[in-house]
Design a protein around this ligand. Structure first.
Ligand code: SF4
Ligand code: SF4
Length: 397
């Protein structure tokens, strides 16, 4: 196992265990199976385990496994405050105590504000007095590192990053998301500030393995490297020194063994020009079914009206390469659930963006088309309800 350092020089395994996708047995998680997978990862050197309050049964399962195998002190536990559910410090405290209880521990190594999509969410927590709460928890050693997980656009990520002395952050990042969400720009900005970056969705929820076009799979198989599609995706990440830990939701012993072997062998700077060219071709093959030839270069940005042009096109394309539901879900997360949603309907047709687009995309026309597909009426309503919940009201915790 390779290790990279956190902000304070502690060693974290480059492979982390994502605890969101344990196998279920009927209505409950299969504890024995998950235990064998967690312990196999532990024996392979994995020392970072990521769960969350809202993953059903996950905190309890992880706490049980760590306790009964006597390894709590030997690993790092990361879990998350469902910030969109709390509206007071009392609520945050109650949730946090419940998490300690579930995890059978009296401290959390890495604690995250869960699923920011907009800097407004962080501002709401600050208005609530969360900074003092965090400082007290850190001084008492109950929270050892404070961070946030993120799913919005690059601009909001950079704002949140710059607004506080974070110990770490967690972003969705993989070779399809190089220029979306926090993206490579966010990754590098965090690294420049000395903030470790934990990567989630390295395989885009399994799509970079399970939904690869046959021609892309063939290209990987026939390549002399002999790497599997999963190994290509992980190695693309490990090649970047700014990446600290890559989380993987491993639910078989074979997966643990394969991912651990990749993490053991991969080094930053391993990728050759040929490797990069192969990933570029695979990306093209995945994107063949796309509706707009947007490369995500962002030369068209910023739009004076705040339209997230590349973000909208990426989700529109995802509807045709990953599935309609997936594209619309990604759209709701990254474009819709923000204080001032970056919808295409804000476009006033000034044409500034089109002058800068190297792909000569008729952006104004394509934005209208994308908006019609991404936001049919039920989704419009759904996004509005989600925004009200995530950004304003919270629950009475
Ligand atoms: S044409 Fe529309 S999307 Fe393009 S810069 Fe102007 S307002 Fe923004
Ligand atoms: S300039 Fe063109 S290709 Fe680049 S992000 Fe904007 S729309 Fe996409």
């Amino acid at each position: 196992m390779q290790y990279r350092k956190d902000k304070y020089g502690r060693e974290l395994s480059v492979l982390g265990f994502g605890c969101m996708r344990f196998t279920r047995k009927g209505n409950v998680l299969d504890l024995d199976k998950a235990e064998s997978e967690i312990m196999a990862a532990y024996r392979a050197g994995v020392n970072y385990y990521d769960t969350a309050y809202i993953y059903p049964g996950s905190e309890v399962l992880l706490g049980t496994v760590l306790k009964r195998n006597g390894i709590r002190e030997k690993v790092n536990v990361a879990t998350k405050l469902p910030q969109y559910m709390v509206s007071s410090l009392k609520g945050a405290e109650k949730t946090f105590r419940e998490e300690l209880d579930r995890l059978q521990t009296d401290y959390i190594d890495y604690y995250l504000m869960h699923m920011f999509t907009d800097v407004a969410q962080w501002q709401r927590l600050k208005d609530m007095g969360i900074l003092k709460w965090i400082e007290e928890k850190k001084e008492a050693g109950i929270i050892r590192n404070i961070g946030f997980s993120y799913h919005g656009n690059t601009e909001n990520f950079l704002k949140i990053l710059a607004d506080y002395d974070w110990d770490f952050c967690q972003i969705q990042y993989n070779y399809l998301d190089e220029h979306t969400q926090a993206g490579v720009k966010g990754l590098k900005a965090a690294a420049e500030r000395g903030i470790p970056v934990i990567i989630m969705e390295p395989l885009r929820g399994g799509k970079l393995v399970g939904m690869l076009p046959p021609e892309a799979r063939k290209l990987m198989q026939e390549n002399g490297r002999g790497w599997s599609p999963a190994a290509w995706a992980f190695r693309w990440l490990y090649d970047q020194p700014e990446v600290t830990v890559v989380l993987s939701g491993m639910n078989s012993l074979e997966m643990v063994a394969e991912n651990a072997a990749t993490a053991d062998a991969a080094r930053p700077g391993d990728f050759t020009e040929e490797d990069r060219a192969l990933i570029a071709r695979v990306r093209e093959m995945i994107r063949k079914g796309e509706k707009v030839g947007c490369t995500g270069c962002r030369y068209c940005m910023p739009c004076p009206q705040g339209v997230d042009i590349p973000g909208i096109f990426r989700c529109y394309n995802a509807m045709y390469t990953e599935g309609k539901k997936d594209g619309r879900f990604q759209f709701a997360q990254t474009v819709g659930i923000t204080r001032r949603p970056a919808f295409a309907t804000r476009c006033v047709g000034c044409g500034k963006c089109e002058k800068h687009c190297p792909q000569a995309i008729p952006i104004r026309e394509k934005l209208k088309e994308a908006d019609r597909s991404l936001r049919p009426l039920p989704y419009k309503i759904g996004i509005n309800v989600a925004r009200a919940f995530m950004l304003r009201k919270g629950r009475s915790r």
